[in-house]
Design a protein around this ligand. Structure first.
Ligand code: NAD
Ligand code: ZN
Length: 378
């Protein structure tokens, strides 16, 4: 089959690789109809991880079941399904508690598994014609038949549940005010989820014009951080001591984007943006900002977060990979009911062959490249 294969920093190619096959009775093989490029793929693309040549990328996958193992009971050939990026068993202590991003079975030694992501298990990605899905009864979320809502459902694999997870980590409740740093796909989904939950006012901070326009389009207030201190401007707009809830959907990208030496710039801004006793949800990843730096370098583990101010303001914070599996069914039902249309972030639907060019453009944050869906069957 054809797949998008990583070779070295900034070098990916679409080439022939071995077809996936059923390896365990609980596996399925899914023919991919849509698979998205994610900001997290760029960490590997830019050479910030230990990803090795030959890795097939792609953790945001949906498609049609092609084949099931003898132990799969609830899915069958022909079912339309989406695979939230967590590869999870469904029965370990963490999965039973809904913490599916921290499955203890699939990737021993590093809680949590994902398709096509270095360090998250031996699972090739789905930017390919076919994907092997372990524990298919648990990992294949069923979708209505047909081809309606393809772009909305594709986002159930990661960014819609991840944005929603950020609002859960932050504890967003109806009527509250929220500040989201980062208007990438994840930040936009966090803003959208906050509005679905009934937030009274949502601010979205970025500097990329077309991303800020998307935030405005869904009813959030855009804040261009190049036009002045975002924390002060948000407080002025509210005439208050800060928002109730804050979300970090940037991570180490802040260093790359702004040339700041301090990778925790967004966390420190959030400490000033959120009112005393408010809370923060942090879903942005903290990796070394220098490609090639060891993964335990200061940029990843030893952020200079102003914990004194954090304590003084009585704040709390939640972090971590999103339990995408835990929210996918409910968010699917919101889409089916016409109550959510997350595909407003999708900017392109392209054949798999165009993936290398799309990676380069998405990596450069080129205008008009907010979220790319690859369609291997097209
Ligand atoms: P992205 O790179 O497309 O978006 C990041 C945005 O932040 C960009 O638009 C950039 O202009 C903006 N930005 C940079 N510096 C800023 C600053 N100082 N203030 C405000 N905005 C700033 O990435 P994405 O796909 O939206 O993902 C966002 C983050 O979430 C990434 O770190 C990604 O790896 C992570 N992520 C986490 C999970 C999870 O499960 N926790 C899942 C998916 C993605
Ligand atoms: Zn993703």
């Amino acid at each position: 089959m054809r797949a998008l294969v990583y070779h070295s920093p900034y070098q990916v190619a679409v080439e022939e690789v071995e077809d996936p096959r059923i390896e365990a009775p609980t596996d399925a093989v899914v023919r991919i109809t849509s698979t998205a490029i994610c900001g997290s793929d760029l960490h590997m693309y830019e050479g910030r991880t230990d990803a090795e040549s030959g890795l097939v990328f792609g953790h945001e996958n949906m498609g049609v079941v092609e084949e099931v193992g003898s132990g799969v009971t609830s899915r069958r050939r022909g079912d339309r399904v989406v695979m939230p990026f967590n590869v999870a068993c469904g029965y370990c202590r963490n999965c039973r508690a809904g913490k599916t991003a921290f499955c203890l079975t699939v990737n021993p030694g590093f809680a949590g598994g994902a398709y096509g992501y270095v360090s998250m298990g031996p699972y090739p990605g789905g930017q390919a014609e076919y994907l092997r899905v372990p524990f298919a009864d648990f990992n294949c979320v069923p979708l209505p038949e047909g081809d309606e809502h393809e772009s909305d459902f594709a986002l159930l694999a990661d960014i819609f549940p991840t944005g929603y997870h950020a609002t859960e980590l932050a504890g967003v409740r109806p009527g509250e005010t929220v500040a989201v740093y980062g208007a990438g796909p994840v930040g936009l989904m966090a803003a959208y989820s906050s509005l679905i939950k009934g937030a009274s006012r949502v601010f979205v901070v970025d500097r990329v014009e077309d991303r800020l326009r998307l935030a405005e389009q869904i009813g959030a207030t855009p804040i261009d951080f190049t036009a002045g201190d975002p924390a002060e401007r948000i407080k002025d707009a509210l005439s208050d001591e800060g928002v109730d809830r804050g979300i970090d959907a940037v991570g180490y990208q802040a260093t790359v984007a702004t040339g700041e030496e301090q990778p925790a710039v967004v966390l420190n801004q959030l400490i000033r943006t959120v009112r005393p006793t408010g809370s923060v949800g942090a879903v942005g990843l903290y990796l070394p900002s220098d490609p090639g730096a060891p993964t335990d370098s200061a940029a990843q583990g030893l952020l200079q977060v102003n914990i004194g101010k954090f304590f003084e303001r009585g704040l709390s914070m939640g972090t971590g990979q999103a339990d995408a599996k835990a929210y996918a069914h409910q968010l699917r039902d919101l889409i089916v009911a016409g109550r959510a249309t997350p595909s407003f972030v999708v900017s392109q639907r392209l054949p798999l062959a165009d993936a290398p060019d799309a990676y380069a453009k998405f990596d450069n944050r080129e205008p008009g490249y907010s979220k790319v869906l690859l369609q291997p069957g097209a």
